[in-house]
Structure formats: structure tokens, C-alpha cells
Design a protein around this ligand. Structure first.
Ligand code: LLP
Length: 449
């Protein structure tokens, strides 16, 4: 099983200085400590306490524009549908929607969030392997741009629902191309054994079936092979197969106008190069560029990951049997990626004085009662006194959205920074969950009271 960072597993970990230098959004200021897009993270931690998430509006915008420019320079008209699951905060959706992004949603909740944030239904694509009847009805009622259908069963259900509602919806068939994206097994979605999509060999027959059904208008194909993919080879393989299918369908007399190229572009969690929008644009152009298609992509991580950090404070450092443990006030319930995917995240002291001290290896852990509650093993980190702060980097995607309240730990606060807006350069965008909210919706039966 390849891990998130398999290709660099044997490399030395980058130093703290290297982590900062490789990321344009960060700088270390001698007095103010770690700055993100010019705003001192210490000021945010002072205001919100820790653990807290910080998301940078300028980094979101910069990355969105870089991707849009890459497609434009490749001569492609590719619409960017942000994968809402990566970070679904309304303020994040507002920033990206304001840049022109549409949305890729996978639940009724995400659909309503995107609408609430002002993203028009005509720019919303509904994906997902198990949309319920209620969710499909909601999508039909709002007249979304497209529904990506993942099975024959869903196709029949959608046709019946749309017909009953007197609607006709554009659909794309999500095809499973049987391509191994070479990423972590838990986030690979394009192999035949994965639950996603319609088997490649069944797609043409199902497309014909869709063309004959009322309420649905098949307009294209969709493909998404997995997440955190930095090499172009799997994308090329998948898009090549989709291009073949487009040609085959057209030969059969079907009309195919759109291809949704999915998400999956990875980032460099260490200092390795991240997936490149230019290279992705090249892969799309080579396979699909000459087929006169409306193209779309569904990036999540590439846009939002580097735009966020999780701020945490040191509770204590302990020595135990010759090992050094730095115990933070953030835990796996906040950021689950290291526990769940063995993911590597950079961890940087917020204070410039701390960051200059000599390092030695420590396990950086949370207080939750599981050994899996470990952010980093044998990580070179300076000594940190209780109350010392660290920033866990590249946590803007699949961070706060995957949090839980395990161990009765309330959901952390969130801030958005934007140096151009307001006096402080940041705003609280989610209050820390009050502890009593943890049981607010619980009902103790009368016989126990
Ligand atoms: N489109 C579809 C249909 C998807 O299932 C996904 C992600 C995306 C787009 C966006 O993929 P991205 O560009 O972000 O790679 N929690 C995991 C990642 C799960 C990805 C799920 N699907 C993690 O933390 O690594």
C-alpha cells in the first residue's frame, strides 16, 4: 500500500526552515513569529485560543487563479468546480465562488451549503455513489447543472424521480476506468474493485439506456480516480480511456458534449513538488483537447490544502522510557489525516525564538486515549515549553471537515485571514463549540431522570 507521501518516504524530513521557504504563504518574522500571508498566527491564537484552524483567503485566491491560468494557457476552456468536501465552510465557498468557481457536491448538505454561499445551481455538479431519493429530488428541485450517475440502479431511480417531477436533468456517467492512481488505498477510487462509478465495459450500453429514458439527458462522462495524485501518468491513462469511450459513443451515434475530469491533484506535504495544474492541463489537452468537449475539473485538496493550518499549543513535553513526547492540545479528533492515512504534515513552531533552537526527535501527539493519536513520529522539533505554539501545515483540505468530538472534545474555532480586510487582518469564522453543545441534542429518557 502506497502512503500519502510514498515517493519521499526515504528522504530526510525537511527542516523547519525548509518547510517555510518552500511555501510562499509563510514567513518567519523575528518578533511576530510565523506569518501566514503577512498575518501573525500568534495574534490569531491569542484571539481564538487553541486548537484553532486558520484559512487564508489570499492563498485560496492565488491557487484558484494559478489553476485557471494554467487551463487558459493550455488553450482549454475548463470550468473549475471546487470539491466542497475538502473544506465546506461558507466563507471558503464565498471566496472561491467569488473567483468564479462552481461546486462539486456529494450530499444534500453540501448542495445546500453551496447554494447558501451564493454558488448558483447552474454551476453545481452532484457526484456520489449513494445519493438518496431525497437528495436527488433536492438536486432536481434546484435544477443543478449536472448529476454524475454512478450506477444503472441510480440511473433508473433518477429517471423515475425526474419524470414524476416533470424535470429533465443533464447527466454524466461516472466511469470507473480501472486505473490505479498509485495513492493511498483509502483514497483510490478508480480501480475496478473500488465502489465508485460504472465499469468501463458497461458504460456504452448504459449511455444508450440513458438516452432512451425520460427525465434524464446524457451529455457526457465523468471520471475521478483518487486523491493526492502528484504524477501525471494515472491521469493520462484515465483520460486516454475516457477519450476512447467518447469516440466509441459518438460512433454509435450518441451525443457527448462534456467530460468531467474529476479532482485528485496532489500537493507537496513535505517539500516535494506538488501536482502541477500546468501538467494536468497538458494531460487533459493531450487526450481530450481535440474532441470539442466542454471540460470541467473538481479539485479540492490542491486549492484548499495549503491555504489552511491547525494551530495548537503544547500541553507538556514528557520523557518516557528514553523517548520524547510533545503532547499538544490538538488531537486526532481535530485533524485525523495522520491517524487515518499515515499522512505527513509539516509542524512548525510559531515563535521565531523556538524555531531557532536546536532540534531533536520527538513524537508529536494529541491527548486522546489512543496511540493512533499521533501527528508525527520521530520528528525533529526544538524543545517546547508548555503553552508554546505550533502550526500544523497544509491542513486546509480534509482538516476541519473531518473533525469529530471524540473524547468529548468540542469542535475547534476557525479564523479566516485576509490582510486586506478589517483591522486585524483576520476574522473569526467559527466560534469554538461550547462544551454544552456536545449534549444539546441528546435526550435522556424520562425513566432515567
Ligand atoms: N471529485 C470526487 C468525485 C471526489 O470523490 C473527490 C474526493 C474530489 C473530486 C476531490 O478530490 P481532491 O482534488 O481533493 O483530491 N480525506 C482524504 C481525501 C478524500 C478524497 C475524497 N474524494 C484525505 O484526507 O486525504
Amino acid at each position: 500500500m502506497a502512503s500519502d507521501s510514498a515517493s519521499t518516504l526515504d528522504d530526510e524530513d525537511p527542516t523547519i526552515a525548509e518547510l517555510i521557504a518552500a511555501r510562499p504563504q509563510f514567513a518567519m518574522h523575528a518578533m511576530d513569529g510565523l506569518l501566514m500571508d503577512g498575518v501573525p498566527l500568534n495574534a490569531i491564537a491569542d484571539a481564538l485560543g487553541t486548537p484553532s484552524w486558520v484559512i487564508s483567503a489570499p492563498t485560496l485566491r492565488r491557487r484558484y487563479r494559478e489553476m485557471a491560468v494554467a487551463f487558459g494557457e493550455a488553450g482549454l476552456d475548463v470550468r473549475i468546480h471546487y470539491a466542497v468536501k475538502a473544506n465546506d465552510h461558507l466563507a471558503v465557498l464565498r471566496v472561491l465562488g467569488g473567483e468564479g468557481a462552481g461546486a462539486d457536491v456529494v450530499s444534500g448538505g453540501e448542495l445546500l451549503r453551496a447554494l447558501e454561499a451564493g454558488i448558483a445551481a447552474e454551476r453545481i455538479v452532484f457526484s456520489g455513489v449513494g445519493k438518496t431519493e431525497a437528495e436527488l429530488r433536492l438536486a432536481l428541485r434546484h435544477d443543478v447543472e449536472q448529476i454524475n450517475v454512478e450506477s444503472a440502479e441510480e440511473l433508473e431511480m433518477l429517471s423515475a424521480l425526474a419524470t414524476a417531477m416533470g424535470r429533465v436533468v443533464h447527466i454524466a456517467l461516472r466511469v470507473n476506468p480501472d486505473v490505479d492512481a498509485g495513492t493511498h488505498a483509502k483514497i483510490s477510487t478508480g480501480r475496478a474493485r473500488d465502489k465508485f462509478g460504472i465499469p468501463y465495459v458497461d458504460a456504452a450500453v448504459l449511455y444508450a439506456r440513458a438516452a432512451a429514458l425520460p427525465g434524464v439527458r446524457p451529455t457526457g462522462l465523468a471520471v475521478h480516480i483518487g486523491s493526492q495524485i502528484r504524477s501525471m501518468a494515472p491521469f493520462r491513462a484515465a483520460y486516454g480511456r475516457i477519450a476512447d469511450l467518447v469516440r466509441q459513443l459518438r460512433q454509435d451515434g450518441r451525443s457527448v458534449d462534456r467530460v468531467d475530469c474529476g479532482g485528485g491533484l496532489g500537493i507537496g506535504y513535505r517539500c516535494e513538488p506538488g501536482g502541477s495544474p500546468r501538467a494536468l492541463a497538458g494531460a487533459i489537452r493531450t487526450s481530450l483537447g481535440k474532441l470539442d468537449l466542454k471540460l470541467m475539473v473538481e479539485p479540492g485538496r490542491w486549492l484548499a490544502g495549503p491555504a489552511g493550518v491547525l494551530l495548537a499549543s503544547v500541553v507538556l513535553e514528557k520523557r518516557s522510557g528514553g523517548y520524547r513526547f510533545v503532547v499538544l492540545d490538538a488531537a486526532m479528533n481535530d485533524l485525523v489525516r495522520p491517524s487515518m492515512y499515515e499522512a505527513w504534515h509539516g509542524i512548525v513552531p510559531v515563535s521565531a525564538v523556538d524555531a531557532r533552537r536546536p532540534v531533536s526527535p520527538a513524537d508529536i501527539v494529541g491527548p486522546v486515549c489512543e496511540s493512533g493519536d499521533t501527528f508525527a513520529r520521530s520528528r525533529n522539533i526544538p524543545p517546547l515549553a508548555a503553552g508554546g505554539r505550533v502550526a500544523i501545515l497544509d491542513a486546509g483540505a480534509y482538516g476541519g471537515v473531518m473533525s469529530s468530538t471524540y473524547n468529548a472534545r468540542p469542535l475547534a474555532a476557525m479564523a479566516m485571514l485576509d490582510p486586506g480586510a478589517g483591522r486585524d487582518g483576520f476574522a473569526v469564522i467559527r466560534q469554538r463549540q461550547p462544551v454544552a453543545a456536545l449534549w444539546r441534542d441528546e435526550i435522556v429518557p424520562a425513566w432515567l431522570r
